[in-house]
Ligand binder design. Structure first.
Ligand SMILES: *Cc1c(COP(=O)(O)O)cnc(C)c1O
Length: 406
């Protein structure tokens, strides 16, 4: 780790930020200045183990050498063309990402929410042009507790009042069914249904894992009714759960993968919809796009990300370290923790209200050198970089054990 340059103390930097940045977040009181691997350093030189990984956008850790090399090389050649012209990097990225997913085509975007919006547009266009749903009637079935991003369309089918209230009117065409209930989902599908859009594991909801067989039942219901299965793998995908995609936990292949977060290697926003020609082929020039989507810098970083996942080593590492994390967390149940949910190297830890709120425990962990983020009041989400060491997990969980008593 290089020296942290002298700066204003963190309190001044926080005050300056709060004076001029809209308060759409409530960050923990730490000002990060540098990062390497699983660790970050604040402006006062204190080090923290990063167990949040920017909500899984940093699956490969901070400044992974292969990703920094790919970005640096590309910065020296070409960064942006717009899709008005071809660039010499996009084809290789799309080819590699499609192969990783076992699909034909990629539609590149930037943020996760844009990938979700793109999936919605593709599903509706497919329903009208291929399935034969009457124009304007297409319906998309979504799950309660979902998190798919922050655009007005997306928050319109959220059932979280904080995400939704005050931002209407909302786009019609969505139906919410309980998550994990295959019968309810199947019952909601009718002739006008274009797609089912779900997270294979709900991240923002607190790492909520559906019952065994749910994803298979969703796949079967979609196939039987000629409906697209859209898997939002923006947080669950790209190695997090011990497989490349969380759908693989049940051996299921969706029609469309929505990818983002880790696809940008923690360097820049890169997202994509990945699917077969029958679906992605419905979009024609002029119907959808993005000034930055598919830019050569994003493509170079995205290709390096795919290359890191091709051998399967990181996925296997996430699986075994996840078992390790689970074995360390289990003894905390009943002593400050009420429940844990673990999938690969991803855990939701429910804090006993007698011990404090999720936010309070996150603040105590911050004081002990561990970064986590609370979600929905009593839950702490852990999503360490996949490059973390077992001994670092041991240390972090020991800090949690102590923080539950602070
Ligand atoms: C983060 C997230 C999104 C939105 O991604 P942004 O890049 O923040 O727009 C969508 N879906 C899921 C499951 C996510 O976790």
């Amino acid at each position: 780790m290089t020296d942290v340059r002298p700066q204003a103390p963190s309190a001044d930097l926080i005050a300056a930020e709060e004076a001029h940045v809209a308060h759409n977040y409530h960050p923990l009181p730490v000002v990060v200045a540098e990062g390497e691997g699983s660790w970050v350093t604040d402006v006062e030189g204190r080090r923290y183990l990063d167990l949040l990984s920017a909500y899984s956008a940093l699956n490969f850790g901070h400044r992974h050498p292969a990703l920094i090399a790919a970005a640096t090389d590309q910065l020296g050649r070409l960064t942006l063309t717009s899709r008005a012209f071809h660039n010499d990097r996009l084809g290789a990225f799309a080819d590699a990402l499609a192969a990783l997913a076992g699909k034909d085509m990629v539609l590149p975007m930037n943020t996760g929410a844009e990938a979700v919006e793109t999936g919605i547009k593709l599903a509706r266009a497919w329903a009208y042009r291929v399935k034969g749903v009457p124009e304007g009637a297409a319906k998309i079935v979504v799950a309660a507790g979902n998190f798919h991003g922050r655009t007005t369309t997306i928050v319109g089918f959220s059932d979280d009042p904080q995400a939704r209230d005050g931002f209407g009117p909302f786009a019609p065409g969505f139906e919410i069914v309980p998550y994990g209930d295959a019968a309810a989902l199947t019952a909601a599908i009718d002739e006008s249904t274009a797609a089912v859009l779900i997270e294979p594991i709900q991240g923002e909801a607190g790492v909520v894992i559906p019952p065994d067989g749910y994803l298979r039942a969703v796949r079967e219901a979609c196939t039987a009714a000629n409906v697209l299965f859209i898997a939002d793998e923006i947080q669950s995908g790209l190695g997090r759960v011990g497989t490349t995609f969380a759908c693989e936990r049940e051996g299921v292949v969706p029609d469309l993968y929505l990818l983002g977060k880790a696809l940008g290697g923690g360097i820049l926003p890169v997202s994509a919809v990945v699917g077969d020609r029958e679906v992605l082929g419905v979009i024609h020039p002029g119907e959808h796009g993005s000034t930055f989507g598919g830019n050569p810098l994003a493509a170079a970083v995205g290709l390096a990300v795919v290359e890191l996942l091709e051998s399967g080593d990181l996925q296997r590492r996430a699986l075994s370290l996840g078992d390790h994390l689970r074995s360390r967390l289990e003894p905390l149940i009943g002593v400050g923790v009420t429940a844990i949910r673990v999938a690969g190297l991803w855990a939701g830890v429910d804090i006993d209200p007698a011990v404090g709120t999720g936010r309070e425990v996150a603040e105590r962990l911050l004081a002990r050198g561990v970064l986590v983020k609370d979600t929905h009041g009593q839950t702490i989400r852990m999503a360490p970089p996949l490059v973390i060491r077992a001994t670092e997990i041991d240390w972090a969980v020991e800090q949690l054990r102590l923080a539950l008593r602070d």
